[in-house]
Design a protein around this ligand. Structure first.
Ligand code: ADP
Ligand code: ZN
Length: 607
């Protein structure tokens, strides 16, 4: 008989001292045999919710996961913890499959990962019926939803699980927030009678920042230099070409920046992804093709060089930062050209009217997030139906409240300039006319004769771009879908032009990369927390970790997280029992790696 408790497993196998948030209640429910739905943000700690009960309950925990590429990593990480885990998927040879099946039937497995298409083969079902199951976990459960963004047909047949394995508790997990997807998961997986744990969506360790784009590369470089030296991160760009150019540009400046997009040969993608996982300071420059299935916990920053297409996409992409709970930064650069492009795309899409309206709403929500002058986290969370009572203190607007200014006159100039030039031009041309540029094109069109020619010299090009951006975002200017981004006036522009309403706009003067000190952040950054004198020890610990990781063929974070190394520096454990008291050190890791790290710590001495 098993007599182990969840807390015992948590401490001894995983090396953690306490459950996080709702984990404890979820684990208890599953241990008690209840069906459970878990909605928890990325990095919240979903895996433990089924891994711990699988070790507490009799039998094997069956984990259904769509990401074949991830199974190997998850299973290796579990092996390092001394957990008997295996997977069944198409990458295994016939012999390997037989070994797994045998281990399963002999009760020698704690966890078994299976892809849904594999699970539903008669052979697999028969096999599993002969085994004792502790639970069935359905990871990435939103894949069952046709409404959601990741629908997978194989997931539909998971509705049969309850019939195939009566009496076995089922736990469905996802980070996808919206209510419609949630309802669909509940209905399709038959979880109406189960317990539902809807955890908050906040990722408090991620700092959200959105900046007006102006010489974006320089802005990026400044950010990397001032805040992210030696860290891993992801930089998203819209096009493959931009990905390659930026990766090259960063490489020339001494960064380990590697490109990733769907157009690269599979071998190159694999190699770059592996380096990202295995090395400590690689930056991946990618299109959105990168991310799904990347489980690296110590991604310290995610940068968007272009605007993502919706708040959902933004939240998912930024969510890849800081899974380990340590401070991380999400930085987006956006400008008037992004707004124009997205407006055009929404306008052009061939979908029916209702869908188009939805797309417009999504885009407006995203623009709202970019233009807001109050707490960004409150806006983000409200979008997902979560309420944050007080401003977060950890977004750019909270840290440094943006000023607004009375832009009525400037807006009138811009709007009437669009009108006077015949509503036939895009932003760049309008700005040239406003600033009185002496160009061939303007002279030929006779626009050096219109009344708005040169009346806007008091504002810089960057300021005009910020103004036009906001006029478009607020719907005072419309963008044509013709591919040139032609601006025209909307009804909403009238009252402003007539002087009936005043217009307050966001003041974006900090656009240009300034030197001087970086913005102060509320949360201490991991590295800032380490004394200068301790840096050699930090480097030695990282080197030791990297060596062990290479020996074991796993990424460094599988050996120990940064947070655990950080605790080594603070507490200087020099005995086995002192080591065990550190969060992240369990029985197996102590046995495998404890001595080596104690050695490194001893060599550093006490200062
Ligand atoms: P999710 O699947 O929800 O994105 P994970 O299960 O990958 O999150 O967990 C995120 C990180 O948090 C992992 O590195 C995990 O080891 C760590 N973690 C989870 N639960 C705890 C806990 N109770 N104490 C300390 N660390 C935890
Ligand atoms: Zn805030």
């Amino acid at each position: 008989m098993h007599t182990t408790t969840p807390l015992h497993v948590l401490e001894h196998t995983f090396g953690y001292t306490a459950f996080r948030g709702e984990q404890e209640a979820i684990v208890q429910s599953v241990c008690d045999g209840e069906d459970v739905l878990v909605i928890m943000p990325t990095g919240g700690g979903k895996s433990l919710c089924y891994q711990v009960p699988a070790l507490v309950r009799q039998g094997v925990g069956l984990v259904i996961s769509p990401l074949i590429a991830l199974m190997q990593d998850q299973v290796s990480a579990l092996h390092e913890l001394g957990v008997r885990a295996a997977f069944l998927n198409s990458t295994l040879s016939y012999e390997e499959v037989q070994d797994v099946e045998q281990a399963l039937l002999q009760g020698e497995l704690d966890l078994l990962y299976v892809a849904p298409e594999r699970l539903l083969q008669p052979r697999t079902l028969q096999l599993l019926q002969r085994a004792q199951l502790a639970l069935v976990a359905i990871d990435e459960a939103h894949c069952v939803s046709q409404w959601g963004h990741d629908f997978r047909k194989d997931y539909l047949s998971l509705s049969e699980l309850a019939n195939h394995f009566p009496g076995v508790p089922r736990i469905a997990l996802t980070a996808t927030a919206d209510e419609r997807t949630r309802d669909e998961i509940i209905a399709r997986l038959g979880l109406e009678w189960g317990r539902h744990f809807i955890c908050g969506f906040d990722r408090p360790n991620i700092q959200y920042r959105i900046q007006q784009k102006d010489k974006a590369r320089d802005q990026l470089l400044l950010f990397l230099r001032q805040e992210q030296e030696g860290n891993s991160g992801v930089i998203y760009c819209l096009s493959r070409k931009k990905v390659e150019e930026l990766a090259e540009w960063l490489s020339q400046r001494g960064y380990n920046a590697l490109p990733f997009h769907a157009g690269l040969p599979a071998a190159t993608r694999q190699r770059n992804q592996d380096r990202f996982l295995r090395d400590d300071n690689v930056i991946i420059v990618a299109t959105i093709a990168f991310g799904m299935g990347i489980d690296k916990p110590d991604v310290r920053f995610v940068v968007h060089m272009d605007m993502p297409k919706s708040i959902e996409a933004y939240y998912q992409e930024t969510g890849r930062a800081g899974r380990d709970g340590e401070a991380a930064t999400a930085l987006m650069f956006y400008g008037v050209e992004d707004v124009v492009k997205l407006k055009q795309m929404a306008e052009m899409s061939e979908a029916n009217e209702q869908f188009k309206r939805l797309e417009q709403q999504r885009l407006n929500a995203l623009l709202g997030l970019c233009e807001v002058v109050t707490c960004r986290r409150q806006i983000l969370l409200r979008y997902f139906g979560d309420v944050l009572e007080t401003p977060c203190g950890n977004c750019d607007n909270c840290i440094d409240t943006p000023k607004t200014w009375d832009a009525t006159t400037a807006a009138q100039m811009a709007l009437s300039c669009v009108y006077r030039t015949g509503q036939r031009f895009g932003t760049n041309y309008i700005i040239e006319v406003l600033r009185g540029a002496n160009t061939e094109r303007i002279r030929q069109s006779g626009h050096d004769q219109v009344s708005t020619y040169g009346i806007g010299k008091e504002h810089s090009v960057a300021e005009w771009r910020a103004i036009l951006r906001q006029l478009i975002a607020r719907g005072l200017l419309a963008v044509d879908a013709d591919g040139y981004g032609v601006l025209s006036l909307t009804e909403a522009a009238r009252p402003v032009l007539r002087g009936d309403t005043r217009l307050e706009l966001r003041y974006d003067n900090k656009i240009v990369a300034q030197d001087g000190k970086a913005k102060t952040t509320r949360r201490p950054r991991l590295l800032d927390d380490i004394d200068e004198a301790d840096m050699p020890l930090w480097q030695a610990l990282r080197a030791c970790r990297k060596r062990l990781a290479d020996e074991h063929g796993v990424p460094p974070y599988v050996i120990f997280h940064d947070a655990t190394l950080h605790e080594f520096i603070i507490h200087r454990p020099d005995s086995e029992s002192a080591m065990l008291a550190i969060s992240g050190v369990g029985d197996q890791k102590l046995k495998k790696f404890g001595a080596e790290f104690i050695e490194v710590i001893r060599e550093a001495g006490y200062n």
